[in-house]
Design a protein around this ligand. Structure first.
Ligand code: SF4
Ligand code: SF4
Length: 153
């Protein structure tokens, strides 16, 4: 479900532009309002939806769950720390989903360049760069060979 902006609600703050991993939220130079320049390249991560302080960004529902005449509204309530998704069906039914907003302070996440470069031994391990520290665990979970069942059950 790609996103779109209600231009009458947007104030052009640019948070969605800063956060979009696909770099498709842009500010229109004439209207000074945000818009999704290429909905086909939307990752559907909804980072922009969650970052928008004006609730100006919504998602276009896919035809399989929100066919013509249905609507999907997203409501961000920072004081409650929640994002609510309201889906209204054409026959009047409504479905509501509430999920928590990630509360990591803006700009507090370490950028990739701020980590130390991996040393040559680390290149030959199965772990990805900065694991397990970046996952805030002491060690990654492992599974031993005898936990696998061989042959038909
Ligand atoms: Fe960008 Fe994600 Fe918003 Fe799509 S949902 S426009 S990829 S931030
Ligand atoms: Fe507009 Fe919301 Fe994007 Fe700010 S975050 S530019 S208000 S759509």
């Amino acid at each position: 479900m790609s996103t779109f902006v209600y231009m009458t609600s947007c104030d052009g703050c640019g948070h969605c532009v800063d956060i979009c991993p696909s770099d498709i939220m842009h500010i229109d130079p004439t209207t000074r309002r945000a818009y999704n320049i290429e909905p086909n390249f939307c990752w559907e991560c909804y980072s922009c939806v969650k970052a928008c302080p004006q609730n100006a960004i919504d998602a276009r529902g896919y035809a399989d769950f929100a066919p013509m005449g249905h609507s999907v509204r997203v409501l961000r309530e920072e004081e409650k720390g929640t994002i609510s998704w309201k889906i209204k069906f054409r026959d009047g039914r409504e479905k509501n989903f509430v999920s928590p907003i990630r509360t990591t302070p803006w700009g507090s996440i370490k950028g990739p360049a701020e980590y130390e470069d991996p040393n040559t031994q680390e290149y030959s391990t199965q772990q990805l760069a900065h694991e397990p520290d970046a996952l805030k665990v002491e060690a990654l979970p492992t599974i031993s060979r005898n936990q696998f069942v061989e042959g038909p059950l």
